[in-house]
Write a protein that binds this ligand. Sequence first.
Ligand SMILES: C[S@@+](CC[C@H](N)C(=O)[O-])C[C@H]1O[C@@H](n2cnc3c(N)ncnc32)[C@H](O)[C@@H]1O
Length: 273
Amino acid sequence: MTMATDQQRQSAPGETLAPSPAVAHHEGRRRARPRLWHHDYLHLRPLAADLRHVLGHARGEPRGAAEPWRILDLGCGASPYREFFPAALAAYVRVDLDSTASPEVIARGESLPFAEATFDGILATQVLQFTDEPQAVVAEIRRLTRPGGRVWLTCHGAWPREGTTPENRYGEPDLERLFSAFERVTVTAEGGYLGLPFALFNLAMREGVRAAERRFGRAALLLRLVAVPCFLAANLMGRLLERLAAAGPLRPFLAHLDRSLSMNYLVVAERGA
Ligand SMILES: C[S@@+](CC[C@H](N)C(=O)[O-])C[C@H]1O[C@@H](n2cnc3c(N)ncnc32)[C@H](O)[C@@H]1O
């Protein structure tokens, strides 16, 4: 187990500067409250909505309200979904391999420095795609969850890779296999085929604006003003199609297509006794 120090939070020469606490906080809030004018709204909206629902219902169960939960946030980053838990938790332990996230414990998900059954619930959002040993991470998550405890894990399905970090992608059968040692496993697809082209359009647009800013500096900042209405229009189109797939006369045609590809998945699982 390693505790982060201020010195470790500074970037080494040549590395990308770590985001300031204010920037990390802003990004966390943005992920928890995606807005229609954000480029990644179609990706983050269902993720935040589903997590708000399942984590909000974690209150007091199954230990009872008198015994609040001990939660582990694995691969915590800025812990954007911390606020979805009920306020009264016995502990909220933030773990990440990256010291710039200012976690309480610096460790890898593949081998975690806690005793068996330490936590009532484990949250691991958008981290599984970064490990080459997903079985090891899920086995550690199961080991640390007390019998009857809950796991909430999200990861990418169909989504482009960003940057140079290797990333894996998952489908429903992969996740069901990975969680086969758990009980009451549900895998929920988030963000379907119909929204995907609009989400990709927004990603491409954002990359274009970034490239222009790198090339032309401040002169290209104006492009952000152009991009925002484009994000908004694409998000509205994506939402409209998602709603038509969910209800109305076109549902039989669109629902199947929408389910055939998913941007993201949410796994909720319980460790058996
Ligand atoms: C995309 S960020 C997600 C952060 C946060 N959970 C969220 O949903 O916004 C992925 C995080 O996982 C961390 N990470 C990547 N691989 C990891 C591993 N093997 N063990 C622990 N953390 C890891 C990264 O340092 C990063 O903070």
